[in-house]
Design a protein around this ligand. Sequence first.
Ligand SMILES: Cc1ncc(COP(=O)(O)O)c(C=O)c1O
Length: 384
Amino acid sequence: MKSIYFDNAATSNPKPKIVIEAVQDYLKNICASPGRGGYGLGLEAGRIIFEAREKIRHLFNGPSEENIIFTPNVTYALNFALLGILKPGDHVITTSMEHNSVIRPLRLLEKNRNVEISIVKCNKKGELDPSDIIKEIKPSTKAIVFTHASNVSGTILPVESLPEFKNHTDAFIILDAAQTAGVIDIDFEKSGLDFLGFTGHKALYGPPGTGGLVMSRRAGKAIMPTICGGTGSRSDMEFQPDFTPDKMEAGTPNTAGIAGLSAGLDFINENGVDKIHKHEMKLTKIFIDGLKQIPKVKIYGPDEIEKRVSTVSITIDDSDMGELAFRLDVEYGIMIRSGLHCSPLGHKTLGTFPEGTLRFSFGYFNTEEEVEYGLNVIKELAQE
Ligand SMILES: Cc1ncc(COP(=O)(O)O)c(C=O)c1O
């Protein structure tokens, strides 16, 4: 039986060979703590991290290497931004398509710090009207946070409107780029962003346990650390250093993972974001065009392909999502995600709560043949 991975929105699979080799190389030949010892291996480890910062800065056109911090994933990155910026009485605007990595820290802040949340409703395709954000802005608005693309419907939210928000507020603008970093060009400086959260293990091709935040200079100055501890710098002080990145990077980093992420960024540079995006969207178009021919299948998200990333959620009449996903795996060798995808608000917006959807998400290593096979299997299941 074939084995086909269509769950790249969860994590990309397979990882490029150079990523695996970079992790192995670090563990075999370096394996020292960066910036802590004056010896050669420690310096080598520090170099790996510095180079990864340079590559992230370059990919997103960030302001400086010092304003890039590494975290275990984008969930930590978004928590660091929200918990590090929002104070009692602050107001924050977000959308109804957010992942729980935005909504849950906000709900915590609402409870513990009396932060006020406005959730702007997206339409049934998950699309956001940026003027709805502007309508919610008020003097106490301290942050606007939203996802670049929904992990449920693949809908892209209008990042091109971010500079317009700046005309109405000086609130911090926070973008969750979990589903877009590596597949859609993001220009941090031009977009007027303050925080861009990325995760390393999806379309940046790094290992799990990697991610981070790109911060504007003012955000880097304003943010309070959530975690304090050893940084290898200013070891004379009992207080957390007040300069970035050290302020936000307490404890021994995941240098093995960051070495892999750095190689993932090389892979993206060698292939080009544009080429990767084109390939994924070609597969997505074939898939959606094919699905439209299958009775009983409902497709969620925008009709226009250019308003999507390569994530497609469907339902098949009244079928049980869990059972279908199980059969796809066991009978046909197709790996997908089913049910609710860590975004209850997103599902409510799309009308797929609480049953959820079958989510297919394509990556650079998927092929047209695999997509055609997937379509044939869905047709078979829908006919039963
Ligand atoms: C839009 C979005 N935000 C946040 C996350 C959380 O990513 P991670 O688990 O890497 O922190 C995901 C992962 O599925 C996501 O799709």
